[in-house]
Write a protein that binds this ligand. Structure first.
Ligand SMILES: Nc1ncnc2c1ncn2[C@@H]1O[C@H](COP(=O)(O)OP(=O)(O)O)[C@@H](O)[C@H]1O
Ligand SMILES: [Mg+2]
Length: 142
């Protein structure tokens, strides 16, 4: 388990850069679970991760498509489960197999499927502070 680490970002650019830093440490087969409310910076982190994987296609919020696939130095599977209401609904997508693929899977609203995430999942939570800065916590509270 990764030791818990908190980082505060003060702009979109800083969140993007922090995402790129996280991305540069990821190895094939890693699942990254992003939790936190709407607007807290999850998609921005994914954009940074994509950049560090050499993906030049613009990463958008795949709210309606649920899963978006990008090709970089390894595949990136970006899932946004905002519109998923239950684990059963997620199961119907057949998307769990991506977790065990040789790509990086990054999941927004991962709290909705927490019970089926691999034990090696990297957990990242995002929080909006009153001054609009974002607190990004990597690793789980112990
Ligand atoms: N540290 C920050 N300070 C201010 N705005 C930020 C910060 N990080 C990200 N943002 C902005 O917050 C907005 C929502 O971010 P987004 O990544 O789409 O959130 P989410 O995917 O969690 O809904 C974006 O416009 C983004 O530019
Ligand atoms: Mg988002």
């Amino acid at each position: 388990m990764i030791p818990r680490q908190e980082t505060v970002t003060f702009s979109e650019m800083e969140t993007l850069q922090y995402g790129a830093r996280i991305g540069s440490t990821l190895t094939p087969g890693t699942v990254v679970a992003l939790s936190g409310p709407l607007g807290s910076g999850k998609t921005t982190l994914v954009k940074g991760i994509a950049r560090s994987l050499g993906i030049s296609t613009a990463v958008t919020s795949p709210t309606f498509t649920i899963i978006q696939e990008y090709q970089g130095i390894m595949p990136l599977y970006h899932m946004d489960l905002y519109r998923i209401d239950s684990l059963e609904e997620f199961d119907l997508l057949g998307a769990e197999e991506f977790f065990y693929d040789q790509g990086v899977t990054v999941i927004e609203w991962s709290e909705k499927i927490s019970s089926i995430l691999p034990s090696t999942t990297i957990h990242i939570s995002c929080r909006i502070e009153q001054d609009q800065s974002r607190t990004i916590t990597v690793g789980e509270a112990s």
